[in-house]
Design a protein around this ligand. Structure first.
Ligand code: ATP
Length: 234
């Protein structure tokens, strides 16, 4: 689905990604793990075209992405949910969702909204409420729902668990797993919360100081005591 080959990205003298290669397979959740500053956010920003790579290649469904601008990504089937839950608090939940549909290149259909409301019932129940009334977990659902409105085949998710109670994180990850199973969506999930991420992911890639130090099945990574202690913090 998504293949990175020797991808390197820097900020001036800071080498944030160094020769990163891996594949995120279709219909799977691939977790990108690592400590603060490992390069996880830079990886997502480079894949979605927000940050220019110094070298290397990115292929989505066999198509080279190198010089595709970030605003063309939805048309290519990729949606990026950045860290920080950027909901527009002055708009209603439904208005926020409709914004996500703009990248589709056609009018938002009631069925597009219903699909999100089926997944996240709380958003449907409160569709006319202003987004500032939502809790952190509900905001995370809203930004995922907004990304789904563009009809992506590949979803890039940056730290959805940040600041949420374990129960809410488990709920969001369960929904994500259901989505992958029902729609065949592919997900690249960046997480510092490695234990939770590996419990939902099929595959994991561990970054340390911008380099890949492990790339394996999620279960294999979770069972590797040395790796967990050295890089995953659990
Ligand atoms: N805008 C920037 N300017 C300069 N250096 C940056 C910038 N953004 C990130 N970096 C540096 O690049 C490296 C990778 O950062 P990045 O944010 O991608 O890591 P991360 O794994 O996502 O960590 P975090 O979980 O803290 O966001 C770090 O050394 C960081 O200090």
């Amino acid at each position: 689905m998504l293949t990175l080959h020797e991808l390197s990205t820097s900020y001036g003298p800071v080498k944030a990604l160094q020769q990163v290669s891996f594949t995120a397979r279709e219909g799977e959740i691939t977790a990108v793990l690592g400590a603060n500053g490992a390069g996880k956010t830079t990886l997502l920003r480079t894949v979605s075209g927000l940050q220019r790579a110094d070298s290397g290649t990115i292929e989505l469904e066999g198509r080279r992405l190198g010089k595709v601008a970030a605003d063309r990504m939805p048309g290519l089937g990729m949606a990026h949910v950045p860290e920080g839950r950027g909901v527009i608090t002055e708009l209603t939940i439904e208005e926020n969702l409709r914004l996500g549909g703009l990248g589709r290149g056609r009018r938002v259909q009631p069925a597009d909204l219903d699909r999100v409301y089926d997944l996240f019932a709380i958003l449907g129940d409160r569709r006319a409420a202003l987004a500032h009334t939502l809790s952190g977990g509900e905001r995370q659902m809203l930004v995922i729902g907004r990304a789904l409105m563009a009809g992506p085949r590949m979803l890039l998710l940056d730290e959805p668990s940040l600041g949420l109670a374990p129960r809410i994180v488990a709920q969001i990850f369960d929904l994500l797993r259901g989505l992958v199973q029902s729609d065949g969506l592919s997900v690249l999930l960046v997480e510092q919360n490695a234990r939770s991420a590996l419990s939902v992911a099929d595959h994991g890639v561990v970054l340390n100081l911008g380099r890949v130090v492990a790339d394996d099945d999620a279960a294999t990574l979770a069972a590797d005591d040395q790796l967990r202690h050295a890089y995953l913090g659990f």
